[in-house]
Design a binder for this molecule. Structure first.
Ligand code: MRU
Length: 356
């Protein structure tokens, strides 16, 4: 089953509230760009491709009332800054502005502008799903046809909740299952937002794919005691040399995988590549509120109060650092799986050759 994480319906954006999963399936109805940006910041919706798609639909809402072009551009900038590490939204907005030039904007009334923006968002959405299916097919080619049982570690959530459907790393896992492999997934819980334990486990259970939760600190033990066939993760931004920013904890996993000779794969669409950046050192890393770590403050009850009382997970007043992402150096990545094909070795020339 593929969950619909966002849906455009009757001129509104319906968002599945991912902070409530797995406990309940609740939806938020966005009627303005501000509401969409708020949802992105609060992680009601998350995952690099989904952030881009929701942002594009947010612009359709913004065009309900026409402003000056300068004001419109400042709203686009406001949207762009909602989450700084994932590049998909930034690139999508750059493409969008190639159509929404000053001349195009000023010449057309807002109904026409809205229609163009909606077409753009719908096409982006459709394309994301197609690309996920293609890359997943390529991803299955990395596994031997003779070995029918696979153990795969993944990190964060890269499934239909984070994309238009099917997913990237989880897309490869879904496609392996569809090809008859018996896949066992080990889902890193992914502190502090628990995307692995809440979202990946939820998706895998809905799909009836065998899945075990593991804490991040367990991966070395796992790789040294069980036969792990691969680690597959997604990406939030990849620089020209293949260094990959993804959810915090990914680089630990890659370094451990190298030690145990477990192939480490990144699965993503071309929209994750930022060719303006030379290396991972240039990727901005989002620093989030310390309360997310000290109190799991994203877990709220229906009144908006924290579910976990202060002082339960850490002493009141404890200091914490909470970077949302880290960068895995390309030398640890065996291959990047894309809709254009497999990039291996992960070096600048090969990336260019495959993605053209
Ligand atoms: O903070 P999040 O939940 O938005 O982080 C998501 C990830 O790091 C994913 O791995 C990445 O966006 C790829 S999703 C196909």
């Amino acid at each position: 089953m593929n969950l619909k994480s966002i849906e455009w319906k009757e001129n509104k954006l319906i968002i599945l509230d991912q902070t409530k999963i797995p406990k309940s399936k609740e939806f938020i109805i966005c009627k303005t760009l501000d509401e969409v940006v708020d949802s992105i910041k609060k992680m009601t919706l998350r995952g690099a491709p989904l952030i881009a798609m929701a942002g594009l639909y947010g612009l359709v809402l913004e065009l309900e009332n026409k402003k000056t072009y300068k004001e419109f551009l400042s709203r686009v900038e406001f949207l762009k800054s909602s989450r700084p590490t994932a590049v998909n939204l930034k690139l999508a907005l750059e493409e969008f502005l190639k159509i929404f030039t000053k001349e195009f904007y000023e010449k057309n009334e807002n109904r026409i502008l809205q229609k163009s923006a909606l077409d753009f968002a719908d096409t982006y959405f459709k394309n994301d799903l197609e690309c996920n299916l293609k890359l997943s097919e390529f991803g299955t080619s990395l596994f031997s046809k003779k070995k029918k049982e696979l153990n795969i570690i993944t990190h964060c959530n890269t499934g239909s909740l984070a994309t238009a459907g099917h997913g990237t790393a989880l897309g490869v896992i879904r496609s392996l299952r569809d090809k008859g492999y018996k896949v066992t997934v080990f889902a890193d819980e992914t502190r502090p937002y628990q995307q692995g334990s809440r979202l990946t486990a939820f998706e895998m259970m809905e799909e009836k794919i065998e899945c075990y939760l593991i804490g991040e600190g367990m991966t070395s033990w796992l790789m040294s005691t069980k036969k792990i066939d691969a680690v597959i993760v997604g990406a939030d931004r990849i620089s020209s040399n293949g260094d990959t920013a993804n959810k915090i904890g990914t680089s630990n996993l890659a370094i451990i995988a190298k030690e145990y000779n477990v192939p480490f794969y990144v699965a993503c669409t071309k929209t994750s590549f930022d060719f303006k950046l030379k290396s991972g050192k240039d990727i901005p890393i989002e620093l989030r509120a310390s309360e997310e770590l000290t109190e799991n403050s994203f877990l709220k009850n229906h009144k908006g109060e924290n579910l976990i009382p202060k002082g339960t997970l850490s002493p009141i007043g404890a200091k914490a650092l909470n970077p949302g992402f880290d960068v895995t150096l390309s030398k640890y990545i065996k291959a990047i799986i894309t809709e254009k094909g497999i990039i291996s070795p992960v070096i600048k020339t090969e990336i260019k050759k495959v993605l053209k």
